[in-house]
Structures are given as structure tokens and as C-alpha cells.
Design a protein around this ligand. Structure first.
Ligand code: MG
Length: 204
């Protein structure tokens, strides 16, 4: 199982970090050791002084595929979840300055808390019309609709699969909207999908 993440997929988030708008999806990986399931807490590591939350829609691949056309991508997923792409912003800034990969700032242990998965059929919604938000200590800090993505889920799946085969159970983090910010010990994060609180993560 692999976790593929998309960066810079919402216009307002690109602006808040002063990045440039990509012409193709920006991709990076997290290992399975990044996952935190079942509402377990996140323990703040000592190698960073600045970790940001990034709330994202996560798509689970349900059918293997390689070189998937955009028009067929819908056949390769059925369920979505909410995930946090926790990012060591201080390490990432150093990596970016030196044009190095984001591996350590993005792929560290427990950097991907994730909710349960929900079928799009049950939600009764198109994947490009999902409302989601993140609350930090009860205040809304991120709020978006997946229609605001620069690259749609189907475009992302098609693009990835030209280079990397997708297998059942692979996860795709589809990018974060604006409003990212730092976490500190004691914070309580709650992710809401279509009005349901589905993701809980306490920072310890
Ligand atoms: Mg992200």
C-alpha cells in the first residue's frame, strides 16, 4: 500500500504560501508508517518546532490500474475519507531553499492521521462536490468544496497512473485548501465531511 499526496491543488492555498500555480499535479509520497487511524492522538516530535495541519480529501483506490484515461478514472475508486497531511514547515522551508525533496518534512511517522472511509454512493455526492472543513479547538480554520481543486480527482488518478501503477488500497491525499496553520500540544482537530464530524485528532 502506498500513499500518494498532491501539493498545490487549491488556488487560495498556493497564494497563502506564495507558491506558483502548477501546470501538472505536484506529487510526493508518504509511507504506511505515516498513518494514524481510529482517532489516536498525534505526539509532537522533537525534530520540528513548526508543524502545520493540512486537511484533505483522501481517495482510496478500489481497482488496479496503469495509464488510466481520465474518462475511466471513476471506475477506480468508491470511497473517500478526510486526512491530515501534517507538515514540518520548518524542515520543508530548508528543503525548498536547497531544492531538495520533501521526504523528511512530509513523510515522518504519524504525519497522516486519517478518518474512516465513506462510500460516495452513501454520501450521495459527486467527488467534485464535497464540502469539508477543519476545526481547531472548536474554530473553523479550513473550509472548502472539492469543486475548487485545480486538478480533479480523475485527472490526478490519470496523471499518477502514467508513471506509477495504482493498486487496491492505495490512498491519494488530494491537496489542502487555504487556512493551513500550526499545531501545538493540547490542540484538538476535528475534520468535518458533509456536516459529519468524521476525523478527530488530539495533539499530545
Ligand atoms: Mg498537503
Amino acid at each position: 500500500m502506498k500513499i500518494i499526496c498532491v501539493g498545490r491543488n487549491y488556488e487560495q492555498h498556493i497564494k497563502e504560501l506564495s507558491n506558483s500555480r502548477p501546470t501538472a499535479p505536484v506529487l510526493f509520497l508518504k509511507p504506511d508508517t505515516a498513518l494514524v487511524k481510529g482517532g489516536e492522538a498525534f505526539y509532537y516530535p522533537d525534530f520540528s518546532q513548526h508543524i502545520d495541519y493540512e486537511c484533505e480529501i483522501v481517495v482510496k483506490i478500489s481497482k488496479i490500474g496503469k495509464s488510466i484515461p481520465v474518462s475511466c478514472a471513476k471506475n477506480h475508486y468508491e470511497e473517500v475519507a478526510l486526512g491530515l497531511d501534517l507538515t514540518c514547515r520548518d524542515l520543508q522551508e530548508k528543503e525548498k531553499e536547497k531544492s531538495l525533496p520533501w521526504t523528511l518534512s512530509k513523510a515522518f511517522d504519524y504525519s497522516a492521521p486519517i478518518s474512516e472511509f465513506f462510500s460516495l454512493k452513501e454520501l450521495g455526492k459527486d467527488i467534485q462536490d464535497l464540502n469539508f472543513s477543519l476545526l481547531k479547538n472548536g474554530n473553523i480554520v479550513q473550509k472548502a468544496n472539492t469543486s475548487q481543486m485545480i486538478f480533479s480527482v480523475d485527472e490526478i488518478i490519470s496523471y499518477i497512473s502514467q508513471f506509477i501503477s495504482l493498486k487496491v488500497g492505495d490512498l491519494i491525499f488530494t491537496g489542502t485548501p487555504a487556512g493551513v496553520g500550526p499545531i501545538k500540544i493540547g490542540d484538538k482537530l476535528v475534520g468535518v465531511l458533509e456536516g459529519k464530524e468524521i476525523l478527530k485528532c488530539e495533539i499530545k
